[in-house]
Design a binder for this molecule. Structure first.
Ligand code: PLP
Length: 487
């Protein structure tokens, strides 16, 4: 082996070549194990201004190589110790799960092999694994033969890709117009996406990225539970068409971010079919129901043209891990670009870049493969069922607590509530916002904050199947105590 200094910075092949890598991984594991053993809150409580000052003071101008162990110690002490602890019982704000240990193990392979999924000659077996996992998922969600999918960085990318293909497919099928080549042309002003008022903001973002503008998203009002008022849908689409507009896509949400509401997917599918629209389901959150006893709530999803699934939400995977499935896999052709250096027409082996907006892309499918092999859908389904049941029980705790008001019955694993005790005074909105910020920066609890029917709300998002009811008893008491002591 050469004695050049940088050789040490890489894994070398052959006997002993990965020794330094092994030692570095062990050092990381040791640092993290200590951190997890000692952690006392979901955030250290260090004043964020002081944290910013310290991190800005870090000097990147070093000219000599430093021992990695020293840097890892620094990372653990100065960064990891002041990061949000997703495993902590009081870290319960977002659709942000503690990852399965099997997912972290898969991450080791993903990182060390550093494969890229754009072409077979950068991935080998990994391409076939992604195809195998995608095929399994298509079957799980009831898609027919010919369905296909691709892994994405998450719900945002999946939603954007789905709506982009919906637009290009629609204009091709209806007008034999190729947006990929021609741009939007005269269609720019007339294209519309129909979605509920509680659909995820990435639907608006997709419209903006696609050059349609947010105005292109027509919002159907929602019922009290946060799901689309499907009774109004037909009339809204009819009106768009009567106005000479082109309603090319209907978005149903299986699990809205705040309420966890699931649209009536069967009814939406029928409306989309009637008008020849592309029916996309954003199942970033609620798709995991397919694993458990409440899968019937997703009825109609199997009729969708595309489906967003986020494994880094209620499928307990390390960030990032998502997929976009298409009922008719051939429609991925609307994302197809050929390049002489990467995915030639003459290639016999598959190049998954053909189906996605990304080029270089992680082998996240391995995490799902390992989860399916090591944990299995039966246990995963029980975890999901447990979270849904537990959320209903926690809602009962909130209802019984005189200091809190439950703002909506839970639909999935979120709870919308607010502090209404005497300490709140006159301006409950401002008080609840201040309370959340105080709990976060003091390191006591990481709660969600949103607005429900114009009122500031606190939100719990249950995604940690290891929590016990005692954890929630303690959390609610702690929030009430903190509210009473807030200046
Ligand atoms: C319903 C819904 N769709 C899409 C997204 C975006 O997903 P991601 O954060 O994985 O990009 C989210 C994120 O919370 C979501 O709740």
């Amino acid at each position: 082996m050469s004695d050049e200094a940088w050789f040490d910075q890489f894994i070398q092949l052959g006997a002993g070549g990965a020794t330094r890598y092994g030692a570095a991984m062990q050092a990381c594991t040791a640092q993290l194990t200590t951190l997890f053993e000692r952690v006392t809150g979901p955030y250290s409580g260090l004043d964020p201004a002081e944290l910013l000052r310290r991190l800005h003071a870090v000097d990147f101008s070093a000219t000599s190589v430093r021992p990695l162990d020293d840097v890892l110690e620094e990372v653990s002490r100065d960064i990891a110790s002041h990061a949000i602890v997703v495993q902590h019982p009081n870290c319960i704000a977002h659709l942000h799960t503690p990852p399965l240990v099997s997912s972290l193990a898969a991450e080791r392979f993903i990182a060390a092999q550093n494969l890229s999924m754009d072409s077979w000659d950068q991935s080998g077996a990994a391409t076939f694994v992604e195809q195998k996992v995608v095929g399994h998922l298509c079957g799980l969600f009831g898609y027919p033969d010919g369905a296909d999918g691709v892994f994405t960085s998450g719900g945002t990318q999946s939603n954007i890709m789905a709506l982009l293909m919906a637009r290009d497919w629609f204009l091709w099928e209806r007008y034999q117009y190729r947006v990929q080549f021609n741009g939007l042309g005269a269609f720019a002003e007339r294209l519309r996406i129909v979605a509920s008022a509680k659909s995820h903001f990435t639907v608006d973002k997709a419209a903006s990225v696609m050059g349609l503008g947010e105005k292109a998203v027509v919002k159907v009002p929602v019922l009290d539970d946060g799901s689309m008022d499907a009774n109004q849908l037909d009339a809204i689409v009819d009106q768009l068409l009567a106005d000479g507009l082109i309603a090319f896509a209907l978005v149903g949400t299986a699990g809205t971010t705040d309420h966890g509401a699931i649209d009536d997917l069967g009814r939406l599918a029928a409306v989309a079919r009637r008008h020849g629209m592309w029916f996309h389901v954003d199942g970033a959150y609620g798709s995991a129901l397919i694993l458990g006893e409440e899968r019937h709530r997703l009825a109609g999803l199997e009729q969708s043209d595309s489906l967003t699934v986020d494994f880094h939400k209620m499928w307990f995977q390390a960030v990032s891990c998502g997929t976009l499935l298409l009922r008719e896999g051939t429609r991925f052709r609307h994302l197809l670009y050929k390049s002489e250096y990467l995915n030639r027409d003459t290639d016999d082996l598959p190049n998954l870049v053909d189906k996605t907006l990304s080029t270089t892309r992680r082998f996240d499918a391995l995490k799902v493969y390992v989860m399916l092999r090591a944990v299995g859908t039966e246990v995963l389904g029980r975890m999901v069922d447990h979270l849904l049941r537990q959320t209903r029980k926690v809602a009962d705790l909130v209802r019984l607590h005189s200091g809190f008001e439950l703002l909506a019955p839970p639909r999935l694993s979120t709870l919308l509530f607010r502090y209404v005790g005497h300490a709140a005074g006159g301006d409950m909105d401002a008080f609840n916002r201040r309370l959340r910020a105080h709990l976060l920066t003091s390191g006591q609890a990481v709660l969600g904050e949103t607005t429900i029917a114009g009122r500031a709300a606190l939100k719990l998002t249950l995604l940690n199947p290891c929590l016990l009811m005692d954890d929630f008893d303690r959390l609610l008491s702690m929030i009430a105590d903190a509210a009473e002591r807030l200046d």
